[in-house]
Design a protein around this ligand. Structure first.
Ligand code: FRU
Length: 484
């Protein structure tokens, strides 16, 4: 694959060409991880939506497949999910095949243009050859619309206890839940969230799943809700709720929003259905509606986050959702560029490393007061500042390279509160891939994902430890291999 353009991610998924947004239909079946995505094949800005398609056997390398779903008379194909219908509850299989069923939102442009509010409905499609070819269900739409303007992004999963399919859907400022025995007929069972969490924008892309607390048998249910605008650092963001689900109702006593990622560029993320080893794997779209259409790439637009494993940590009485690159990502760690560098209190080190733009940086720190600066020959610079007095991590891309393509991109520093970080040494992992940086503090307890567009690769890393008493240990920098 010829993935050599400026800013082209080398170890993240991006489409060969044209516009991409949300990950859709994340499902594992017969040894294959499917990644569908919002796709407009005609331009590098958003347009009539299709489902693009790619597959992976190892969650590292991806193979591009033909477009899976095209718009039809019911509308464009917006975001949604896919399930493996093991028991053929849908009846789509006639010869013993196992249907894959995609559940998505139809968006009828004519309806929107006419000023109506009922133009988003839910439809389904099925594949009997493991996602190679798809047919729409002739009874579409399976859920109509009685006048809810934003009514979309169905996430469906099989609920064992009630032996039913459950669908989480968003309706403007809250989530709605539906259940079904056959994926075709759905009943509305409950609502959640009108008075809980963040409400600075429209709710989008819900996901609902159980997760065990790390190191215990306690199980909680997590509801992920993307919101746009209204994220703490501007534009699009991903919040979550920790609670219980009894097959009918999701309940959470959480009033304040919690955020899965406090970078500006992790949106519309959802998790895989049917994954082996019962792990929860999350992929997000590495962009933000504030400037997604304006980023300085020409052939394609945007990329996905690395696939991340979700885990639930109990910190004091609080439940926090951590997300961290899948173990498989380690197979991409290549050449060593710096090894076991330590930086004592009140000192600074300059590491000159050719092309940091495709690298992994890892270290252990007892310091909560440090600064990392990436620099290039043009004096463009990117800063990450851990600041214990203010209990936050600051990310500054204001002078990181091209920032003026849209006013919201480089106009402020981004803050992430880190109040629940323990006192012991903690690990920091940073993945940089030409036009993105993903920062994971304490194995994903705190995460910041951001796009960056340096004009030239960074070739200096300056590490400054401002805290006298503490040490930054084992700084290791590695080249990340290309997956293309
Ligand atoms: C989220 C979103 C979804 C919608 C899709 C349209 O980014 O707005 O709510 O289904 O994108 O492309």
């Amino acid at each position: 694959m010829n993935y050599t353009e400026q800013y082209r991610p080398q170890f993240h998924f991006s489409p060969q060409e044209k516009w991409m947004n949300d990950p859709n239909g994340l499902v594992f079946h017969n040894g294959v991880y499917h990644l569908f995505y919002q796709y407009y094949p005609e331009d590098i800005v958003w347009g009539p939506m299709h489902w693009g398609h790619a597959i992976s056997k190892d969650m590292v390398h991806w193979e591009h497949k033909p477009i899976a779903l095209y718009p039809d008379e019911h509308g464009l194909i917006f975001s949604g999910s896919a399930v493996v219908d093991h028991k053929n509850t849908s009846g789509f299989a006639n010869n013993g095949e196992t249907p894959l069923v995609a559940v998505f939102t139809y968006h009828l442009m004519e309806g929107e243009k006419a000023g109506r509010t009922d133009y988003q409905t839910q439809g389904i499609a099925y594949s009997l050859d493991n996602g190679e070819t798809w047919a729409k269900y002739e009874g579409n739409p399976v859920i109509g619309n009685k006048g809810i303007k934003d009514f979309r992004d169905p996430k469906v999963f099989w609920h064992n206890e009630t032996e039913r399919w459950i669908m989480a859907l968003v309706a403007g400022d809250h989530a709605k839940f539906y259940s079904s025995k056959n994926l075709k007929e759905w009943s509305h069972i409950s609502d959640f969230g009108k008075t809980q969490g963040a409400h600075g924008g429209v709710w989008e892309c819900p996901d609902l799943f159980p997760l065990k607390v790390e190191g215990s048998d306690e199980e909680k249910w997590i509801l992920i809700i993307s919101i746009n605008p209204g994220a703490p650092n501007g534009g699009s963001g991903t919040q979550y709720f920790v609670g219980e689900f009894d097959g009918k109702r999701f309940k959470s006593d959480q009033k304040e929003p919690k955020w899965l990622d406090l970078g500006t560029d992790n949106y519309a993320g959802v998790t895989y259905n049917n994954t082996p080893e019962a792990r929860r794997v999350f992929i997000g779209w590495m962009s933000n509606w504030d400037y997604a259409r304006d980023t300085p790439t020409e052939k394609w637009r945007s990329a996905m986050t690395v696939p991340r494993k979700l885990s639930l940590r109990k910190v004091g009485e609080d439940y926090l959702l951590a997300n961290y690159p899948l173990e498989e990502t380690n197979s991409l760690v290549g050449e060593t560029l710096a090894k076991d560098v330590s930086i004592k209190g009140k000192s600074t080190k300059l590491l000159e490393i050719e092309n940091l733009n495709q690298s992994q940086i890892q270290f252990q720190s007892t310091s909560k007061d440090f600064k990392l600066t990436w620099k290039n020959e043009l004096d463009e610079q990117l800063e990450l500042i851990m600041d214990s007095k203010n209990n936050h991590l600051l990310f500054d891309r204001m002078k990181s390279g091209q920032v003026n393509f849209q006013s919201e991109f480089g106009n402020k520093k981004h803050h992430m509160p880190i109040g629940k970080l323990g006192d012991g040494p903690y690990k920091v992992t940073i993945l940089m891939d030409w036009s993105s940086i993903e920062v994971f503090i304490d194995n994903g307890l705190y995460v910041m994902t951001s796009q960056i567009f340096p004009t030239e690769p960074y070739n200096q890393l300056i590490v400054q430890n401002m805290d006298e008493e503490s040490i930054i240990n084992n700084i290791n920098v590695h080249r990340m291999k290309s997956i293309w």
